[in-house]
Design a protein around this ligand. Structure first.
Ligand code: F3S
Length: 638
């Protein structure tokens, strides 16, 4: 048998179809060992599982609550209550608010070397630090993985990253991943798994490795993975999980699609300058820039070692700017307290925040207008901090500490910083395990929880009104804005009525519902690049709830097409783009959907305009049945 890399070994072990690992780009179906959600994506995922008619999930599954914890009204706690009770019903572990950030808490408690997993969050890739293949996926895909224990994905390419040397004393794992971002760029990781190897690997602890795999998401990578070795064993044993350890590495002489060399000794302290994690520069080139805020923690840099090093650098001296700590888990927060570091940070004037995402997604902790915030987090896109005109730069915990003390961007000194290492505090009591959960109250649905509607099959003739005609470059944010509407994610009716296309045409939702209730099928006509931007599922789900059955445009952004199909909206393009001009908002139009594989025409004003399929022929059964959920029910439940 030929020598295999670590990625190929794990994928081969989990391969369901085809019989052998195919060429990159071809689809593979793999067995999934764990699937999880966080609260911002989890409610929709759970609603989809319920709509599928699932009684019990197949793989190890966890609902973490870490994103929406401000609880200034009933909506967040309603979501949390629903997630807790639906988890008990479906056999899912529930991680309550305050237990910790999904990726960090997942690593502490559930990830084992050699596992596969999917999570409804892009930084699920964090788990690669422990020798596992974990990937971020959409809510429906995670629901499907929970229901079936399987996941279908394109076979990735594998790039070996050969690490040599050892980091300088003023550098940390954050500088390694910033170096990778400088080399690979924010787009260069698409379709690739980065497999770290070489003598430099042993110089990094498991949590340092997880910082590196976490931000593989910023390169657009499928995921990243480290070998499982003595450092992995050390981490698992420290958490009382020595039995979960398996040694795993690539075979000698394994071949890869590409290779990158990084000498850790040559890395200097780095900074990702606003507005992209890919704008990597040297900290020394920005030294002296005045700052307004420092934030440490998040799923990227939350280990005991990270925060203890930060606290030791402050050494009780007062910080000069607003400084906030978001510990990755209650376990880490308790370990820091027991080792005396919480007290040290209080004395330094650090604000100790909740064990959750917080400022990372603008849930509190926003910087002032036109302010500069330094963060040990993974993203610095415009507006993410919650302050539209603030700038956010990404840095290591050492740069964070040095800069908090001076009030300006500061290169940390290269010196030993001994920390008081004590055993971790194990916090498994925070979880509600399905076999211990109180199921007597049933699934509790507060007013913010709305079950997904039953979507009807596609009629043979789809006839109705053009409810909206748009211009070029309509984004999923134009279709379904997020921001203040986020707490409505578990309430499709309210989200659709309040938000769908509200900034384009405030009358759209009401007109669409009236048309739907009168028995018409709704149409949207669009121009070029329709559905660009984030892969937001609600940008298809809410229009479908409003009665939209077909979107016909000059061209689509690719990912939106899959979401439209999943919710039973037929995506098509004009064969002759000029036909766009022959249709007005308010026109009555129709098309014959009896044979979606054949020639398609839109009938309007007595004319037949030829259309092209924007969907693959293999999803025709999904469209005919009304979307992926009805199709799942028909396929798996007979
Ligand atoms: Fe949370 Fe930010 Fe990580 S939102 S999951 S801390 S990327």
């Amino acid at each position: 048998m030929s020598a295999l890399g670590l990625t190929h070994k794990i994928l081969k072990d989990h391969l369901v179809e085809p019989a052998e690992l195919p060429a990159p780009g071809e689809l593979i179906k793999i067995k999934i060992d764990e699937a999880f959600t966080q609260d911002a994506t989890g409610t929709m995922c759970m609603l989809q599982l319920e709509a599928m008619g699932i009684d019990k999930v197949k793989p190890l599954s966890v609902n973490f609550v870490d994103h929406s914890m401000l609880q200034s009204g009933f909506r967040n706690p309603d979501d949390h209550q629903y997630l807790r009770t639906v988890a008990a019903k479906l056999g899912i572990i529930f991680s309550p608010p305050g237990t910790g950030i999904c990726h960090f808490t997942n690593m502490e408690n559930f990830v084992k070397p050699g596992m596969t997993g999917v999570g409804a969050d892009s930084h699920t890739v964090n788990a690669g630090g422990a020798g596992a293949i974990f990937m971020g996926a959409g809510g429906y895909d995670v629901a499907l993985a929970m229901a079936t224990g399987m996941y279908t994905m394109p076979m990735p390419k594998v790039t070996r990253v050969n690490l040599t040397g050892e980091l300088a004393k003023n550098c940390m794992a954050m500088d390694v991943i910033l170096k990778m971002l400088e080399i690979v760029t924010v787009k260069g990781g698409k379709g690739i798994i980065f497999e770290y190897a070489g003598p430099g690997v042993a110089t990094l602890s498991l949590t340092e490795r997880a910082t590196i795999t976490n931000m593989g998401a910023e390169m657009g990578a499928t995921t990243s993975i480290f070998p499982s070795d003595e450092r992995t064993k050390e981490y698992l044993e420290s958490r009382g999980r020595g039995g979960d350890y398996t040694e795993l590495s690539a075979d000698e002489g394994a071949s890869y699609d590409d290779e990158i060399e990084i000498n850790l000794s040559e890395i200097e302290p780095l900074i990702a300058i606003y507005p992209s994690p890919g704008n990597v520069e040297k900290v020394k080139d920005h030294a002296g820039t005045k700052i307004h805020q420092v934030c440490i923690g998040s799923c990227t840099n939350s280990s005991f070692e990270n925060i203890a090093t930060f606290a030791e650098t402050l050494k009780g001296k007062r910080v000069k700017v607003d400084t906030l700590l978001y510990p990755g888990s209650r376990s880490v927060a308790m370990q820091l307290a027991d080792a005396g570091y919480m007290s040290m940070m209080f004395h330094s004037g650090v604000r100790i925040m909740e064990n959750g995402c917080g400022a990372c997604i603008g849930q509190g902790g926003s910087p002032p207008s036109e302010g500069i915030t330094l963060r040990t987090f993974n993203r610095n896109f415009p507006k993410r901090s919650g302050t539209d005109d603030a700038e956010c730069h990404l840095i290591s915990p050492l740069v964070a500490a040095a800069s908090a003390l001076t009030g300006e961007i500061t290169v940390p000194e290269a010196k030993d910083i001994p920390i008081n290492v004590i055993p971790p505090v194990i916090d498994t009591d925070s979880f509600i395990m399905p076999d211990q959960a109180d199921k007597s109250e049933g699934v509790v649905r507060g007013p913010n929880i709305m079950a997904l509607p039953d979507f009807k099959p596609l009629p043979d003739v789809v006839k109705g009104e053009v409810l909206l005609k748009t211009g070029d470059n309509i984004s999923t944010d134009d279709i379904q804005p997020a921001g203040v509407f986020l707490p409505l994610r578990s309430n499709v009716k309210e989200y659709a009525m309040q938000a769908t296309y509200n900034q384009v045409d405030s009358t759209f939702a009401e007109r669409a519902v009236a048309h739907r209730d009168a028995g018409g099928e709704g149409f949207i006509i669009g121009a070029e690049n329709y559905g660009q931007g984030s892969s937001r599922e609600h940008a298809a789900l809410c229009p479908r709830w409003l009665g939209i059955r077909a979107v016909i445009v000059k061209s689509f952004a690719r990912i939106h097409v899959a979401n439209l199909v999943n919710f039973g909206i037929v995506p098509m393009t004009f064969k002759n783009p000029d036909d766009y001009d022959k249709i007005k908002q308010g026109d009555t139009v129709s098309f014959d959907a009896t044979d979606l594989a054949g020639d398609l025409f839109l009938e309007v004003n007595g004319e037949k305009l030829p259309l092209e399929r924007a969907f693959d022929k293999d999803v025709i059964p999904t469209l005919k049945l009304g979307g992926a959920l009805p199709q799942f029910k028909a396929t798996f439940k007979g």
